[in-house]
Write a protein that binds this ligand. Structure first.
Ligand code: ZN
Ligand code: ZN
Length: 450
């Protein structure tokens, strides 16, 4: 039963999905091929995205009908008559659970089996989109994470019945350069750590009402009734943006795509063999030890990652700086066993690229960070300027003297400006200089909340 415990291979399919018939955005019933009643979600400037979950739903139901036409038991109706109920699965070992699960659930997942298929959100290719899509600025931060003590990002699949494997295993994938099996830091777990710490900071300053809990149906911005309107009643993007909480403005939610991306971070060279630690589980009530378990930990190596923020406001960079400062100072840990002191990392920055489109060439981009509000305010176009009020973007005037940046290079052409910083200290200082904008934003928001 080793087959499901070890990561053998990963198949990645990339490509284009071209619309052959009109794709109506925000319609009550989508006419698209994907999703019967899941209208297309948009990002902050009305650029449509197709959520990976919608496409996955369309693929799943088509596979169900294909399989059922071969032999009905190959694909269950997993909502009404699942192939294996959660209750029945609890009494079975892993091999039997897999054996009892239909082919469709094995691929797409069920309550008992993790999905094998993951689909990213589909974004519009800017060159093919003639709509209102605006990309005003992009921040790309390259970083290195090094374990500072043992770390463990658990793979979803644990040891099962195999006594030769540790009870808890590090998540593995194929190394993008060498193709070898390697441990890695999934972007989703890094984003989770960053988002939840940002939420904590927001709540500290703005109170419980200042930030939603994305997992709680009562409070999550995405579950508010005003966002459920479709068709002509659907809220325009700028109103959605103004209404959602700061964490959702930064990290996205179900009605607005995220502007914050963090891809998986891989070690410079593949790491596949890890030390194994024996741990003792402590009974919370008696304080006595109850049993021992083994786990893989990573204690060395450098993981290279990137954070990308598109169409950012200055305050968002400031908020990100606060989170990254705490990660750098060891106040924030990643992965399993935080209460046991696991998950401490050393964070260093290797490059910060700030790129702008449509920023006038006489603006001091080499010494100042431009959020969308600042960029739009330089526009001579009234409609563009009007977006500042519509979205409620903050606009901070450049300070007359002090420079916020010490760039290594600045490149300008008529359309694009790119500012590159390449020293850890200057990068951190540039990010940290945005904390003032975050403080101003908090003040404005406090005024609005009260
Ligand atoms: Zn099934
Ligand atoms: Zn929210």
């Amino acid at each position: 039963m080793t087959g499901f415990d070890i990561f053998h291979s990963r198949l990645i399919v990339s490509g284009y999905l071209e619309t052959l018939t009109p794709l109506r955005i925000g319609a009550g019933k989508s006419t698209s091929a994907v999703g019967a009643d899941q209208p297309v979600v948009k990002d902050i400037f009305d650029r449509p995205i197709i959520p990976g979950s919608s496409l996955k739903g369309a693929l799943r139901s088509h596979m169900e009908s294909l399989l059922r036409s071969l032999y009905p038991a190959l694909a269950c109706d997993f909502i009404n008559t699942p192939c294996l109920t959660e209750k029945a699965a609890q009494t079975l070992d892993d091999a039997t659970v897999i054996g009892e699960t239909c082919l469709c659930c094995r691929l797409f997942g069920s309550n008992n089996v993790a999905a094998k298929l993951a689909l990213r959100d589909l974004e519009v290719d800017a060159d093919t989109w003639g709509g209102q899509y605006l990309l005003l600025n992009t921040l790309t931060l390259k970083f290195t994470l090094e374990p500072n003590g043992p770390i463990l990002i658990k793979s979803g699949k644990e040891d099962g019945a195999n006594p030769t494997l540790p009870n808890m295993n590090f998540v593995r994938a194929t190394h993008p350069k060498s193709g070898a099996s390697t441990i890695y830091l999934p972007g989703a777990s890094l984003k989770g750590v960053i988002r939840s710490h940002a939420e904590r900071i927001i709540r500290t300053l703005l109170g419980e009402q200042g930030c939603c809990d994305p997992l709680n149906k009562q409070s999550a911005c995405g579950d508010k009734s005003e966002f459920k309107q479709r068709g002509d009643d659907a809220l325009p993007s700028h109103k959605v943006y103004r209404t959602i909480c700061p964490a959702c403005q930064m990290f996205g939610h179900t009605v607005m795509a995220s502007r914050f991306l963090i891809p998986d971070a891989y070690p410079t060279n593949a790491i596949d063999v890890l030390p194994i630690r024996q741990m003792v589980a402590i009974d919370r009530r008696s304080g006595g030890s109850v049993n021992t378990f083994t786990m893989e930990v990573c204690t060395e190596g450098q993981f290279e990652g990137r954070i990308i923020v598109r169409n950012f406001e200055r305050w968002q960079v400031g908020l990100l700086a606060l989170v990254l400062r705490d990660l750098r100072e060891g106040r924030l840990s990643i992965g399993f066993g935080k209460s046991r002191g696991l998950g401490q990392v050393k964070l260093t920055f290797s490059e910060l690229a700030l790129s702008y489109t449509g920023l006038p060439t006489d603006e001091p981009a080499e010494s100042y960070v431009y959020g969308v509000g600042e960029i739009l305010s330089t526009s001579t176009n009234a409609a563009r300027k009007g977006m500042i009020a519509d979205y409620g973007f903050s606009v901070v005037d450049p300070p007359p003297t002090s420079a916020e940046l010490v760039p290594a290079s600045v490149e300008r052409d008529w359309l694009r400006t790119e500012v590159i910083l390449d020293q850890d200290e200057t990068i951190f200082a540039a990010l940290w200089n945005q904390v003032g904008s975050w403080a101003q934003y908090v003040e404005a928001r406090q005024g609005a909340v009260q």
